[in-house]
Design a protein. Structure first.
Length: 264
């Protein structure tokens, strides 16, 4: 398992393909999505990474949280979440996850808080058909009807579908396809709708019901980091020492001015 990201929902638009087909997409933006802490099996009993995103004012952050952010050497974040990962997919503290963490065509799961719609009746909230339009029904056509039983058990069971607050709940949309990514602007565009209003926070992670495509960066696509992870070190370009010349076999050999004079 790889780490997910915390993105902010910008809104919806559409993208045109070369064939002229338009694809409705939701635009998600990464805003300094950095790793704040690591959870290991030896210390915490599970393996995960803590990720933060956004910017928060220092005066709105508690002293304990300020110390936590200072230990990670990052600025205060407005949204923090944990993602379960495999032990080999831990990312260094302080690393910033980029938009190319997900590949185009990959399936992802988006988790967010749905739009709150206030108090709603049973017909709108749960799709009830309502009571009959005639034959004894008077001024209660949209009511939900009886809610309990007779004397036994003589109560209303918990979880009974009734009128109440609609929306404003955490929900997850599965198997959304990534259409396009923009690393420079930190944008991830996924096909279809994502739960939540504009400006809301979305937890985006690899789809649990779809296999990962080939070429996915492991443990992830990121830059920076306080610890210098092995994955980031392997991808970093190798700088040659001053005065080094490359031979035909690809190896570097240090040649001094004295050696050059002897060759002449």
């Amino acid at each position: 398992m790889r780490s997910g990201v915390i993105a902010r929902k910008v809104g919806m638009t559409r993208i045109f393909t070369d064939a002229g087909e338009h694809i409705p997409v939701t635009v998600l933006q990464l805003n300094k999505c950095q790793v704040l802490a690591q959870r290991t099996e030896e210390k915490n009993g599970y393996t995960a990474v803590q990720v933060g995103s956004g910017m928060a004012r220092v005066k709105n952050v508690s002293r304990a949280e300020r110390g936590h952010f200072a230990r990670a050497k990052v600025e205060p974040k407005s949204r923090v979440a944990e993602f379960r990962v495999s032990p080999e997919n831990l990312i260094d503290i302080g690393a910033e996850i980029t938009a190319d963490h997900f590949l185009e065509g990959q399936f992802v799961d988006a988790c967010g808080t749905s739009v709150g719609k206030g108090f709603a009746g049973a017909m709108k909230r749960h799709g009830f058909s309502g009571l009959r339009a005639s034959h004894g029904v008077s001024i209660s056509h949209r009511s939900h009807g009886a809610t309990g039983q007779c004397q036994d058990p003589g109560k209303v069971f918990k979880g009974k579908k009734m009128a109440g607050q609609m929306g404003n709940k955490q929900c997850t949309t599965l198997n959304l396809r990534v259409v396009r990514t923009d690393v420079e602007r930190g944008l991830i565009m996924v096909r279809g709708a994502v739960p939540g209003a504009k400006g809301g926070w979305i937890l985006l992670r690899d789809a649990v019901k779809k296999a990962l495509p080939e070429g996915v960066p492991v443990p992830g696509a990121f830059r920076g980091g306080n610890g210098g992870s092995k994955a980031a070190a392997d991808d970093a370009p190798v700088e040659e020492a001053p005065g080094a010349e490359t031979q035909d076999d690809g190896t570097a050999e240090n040649v001094t001015d004295q050696d050059k004079g002897q060759d002449k």
